[in-house]
Design a protein around this ligand. Structure first.
Ligand SMILES: Cc1cc2nc3c(=O)[nH]c(=O)nc-3n(C[C@H](O)[C@H](O)[C@H](O)COP(=O)(O)OP(=O)(O)OC[C@H]3O[C@@H](n4cnc5c(N)ncnc54)[C@H](O)[C@@H]3O)c2cc1C
Length: 424
């Protein structure tokens, strides 16, 4: 970030927008599932989102391929994400908004009914927005769109609220538990939770990419992309390894990839003769697809070994089974039904009253490349929402929560936390 000196902002009184049991910042897959879960479990819940719709990467960045409902290859008997993730898929089917992905391995295609979801699906991003908005509204969550989180309110090391920029100006909002689902961990960053970040090309990492939607191609096209009716979302230009949590770099990324879109489509047409004849760009993501920025340190950091060995944890709150997609230079599939995600991964070090969920959760690089799949992110989000509501109900600190009570509630809500795993 550029700097040409410092400016001392003067103190001023601002409006208190409200007081909530639970405030969720960010309405991506992690955020909306946590908000729905918190509200359904009796917490007065607010969700704050900078766009006027939910989905984050799934919708704003047109990432129209939801993966991870079970291992992509055998052993794939266990549906590792149920709960709100499954409900979302069933609602999408009901609205005609999801289809089996063309790139699915034939063995991974199931009946697409409750308890029998396939590994992955392509979906229509507009139907996704509609279905999720309805689920959030029906759960009784208060929604504040067009609102940008800008700072935390802290008492010592405890977050007690947030400061937001809204259309009506700067607002203070108090919350019993704050859930950071902003993807980049904006809340945790301001609160001072330690984090790590791969900058540039210094280590293996997943780069950002502008997804764009095309139409006009031949009906029988074999070109790769998320095909839904006569549209297809394709993986577009990448800016290379940059830091999307830096204002200048993020802006420069957007400029670079947006100037490269039409060239990218022409290159795809040349690379796949006949497959994309007549195709034209219908839409680009409102936001470049940001794969990874900061990762915040939690009470536990999930590791490569946990993922590869299918480890189990006493404080499991979710299951994951997606391959490690890039680190090894090939798609490294898992040789088991799935591993567990411990509660301690969403409990940040050093700061109280806060959960950190979604793509900035406590992890190493390899593990991240597996659990980042949207199905898993939805499951972890749901667990955080239930946990937050339980903390409020039992007047308990995040760090002291009764894990058995949380797990019992998750199982009651049809979440898979490992109870369905077949014994080795
Ligand atoms: C290019 C690309 C390809 C991918 N491919 C796949 C795939 O094929 N299948 C799959 O399942 N997954 C895929 N993923 C991964 C997956 O999409 C993400 O891991 C997941 O969607 C992350 O969800 P999230 O809720 O943690 O974060 P995000 O989706 O980033 O959501 C964060 C939300 O917070 C909001 N926000 C951020 N900062 C603020 C702020 N300061 N104030 C208010 N709101 C804020 C954002 O607007 C956004 O809505 C891909 C990701 C990318 C980028």
């Amino acid at each position: 970030m550029k700097s040409e000196g410092r400016y001392l902002e003067s103190a001023k009184e601002i409006n208190v927008y409200g007081k909530y049991d639970v405030i969720v910042i960010g309405g991506g897959c992690a955020g909306f599932s946590s908000a729905i879960a918190a509200a359904r479990n009796g917490a007065k819940t607010l969700i704050v989102e900078r766009f006027p719709f939910f989905g984050g990467t799934a919708t704003a960045s047109l990432m129209a391929n939801i993966v991870g409902f079970r291992n992509q290859v055998e052993p794939d008997y266990l549906q590792t994400t149920k709960g709100i993730g499954e409900e979302l898929m069933l609602n999408l089917f009901k609205e005609g908004g999801a289809v089996n992905s063309r790139n699915a391995y034939p063995s991974a295609i199931r009946s697409n009914t409750k308890g029998d979801l396939s590994y992955n699906y392509a979906f229509d991003t507009e139907v996704f927005k509609f279905v999720v908005l309805k689920m959030v509204k029906d759960a009784g969550v208060d929604i504040l769109f067009h609102t940008y989180f800008s700072d935390v309110i802290m008492e010592d090391n405890t977050v007690t609220g947030i400061i937001c920029e809204t259309k009506s100006g700067r607002q203070a909002i108090y919350g019993g538990i704050i859930i950071d689902a902003s993807g980049d961990g904006d809340v945790a960053f301001k609160a001072g939770v330690p984090f790590w970040q791969t900058r540039g090309d210094e280590a293996p990492r997943l780069n950002d990419c502008l997804m764009y939607k095309i139409t006009g191609f031949p009906a029988e096209t074999k070109a790769s992309g998320c095909l839904y009716k006569n549209t297809m979302v394709v993986w577009g230009p990448s800016p290379g390894a940059t830091n999307a949590a830096d204002a200048d770099e993020l802006s420069a990324e957007e400029v670079k990839v947006r100037l490269a879109v039409y060239q990218d489509l022409e290159a795809k047409k040349k690379a796949h003769p006949g497959e994309l004849d007549g195709a034209w760009v219908l839409d680009t993501g409102s936001l470049i697809g940001v794969r990874q920025t900061r990762f915040f340190e939690g009470e536990y950091k999930i590791t490569n070994e946990d993922v590869l060995e299918g480890r189990e944890f006493d404080d499991s709150i979710a299951m994951a089974a997606n391959p490690i997609i890039h680190y090894y230079g090939y798609r490294r599939f898992l040789e088991h039904e799935g591993y567990q995600i411990p509660y301690r991964c969403i409990v940040p070090r050093k700061v109280e009253n806060l959960y950190v969920i979604g793509r900035c959760m406590s992890t190493d690089q390899q593990a991240y490349e597996s659990w980042r799949a949207m199905a898993h992110v939805l499951a972890i989000g749901e667990a955080a929402g239930v946990a937050a509501a339980l903390c409020i109900k039992t007047k308990c600190r995040v760090r002291n929560l009764d894990i058995k009570a949380l797990q019992a509630r998750l199982i009651e809500q049809n979440c898979e936390i490992g109870q369905g795993k077949h014994k080795k």
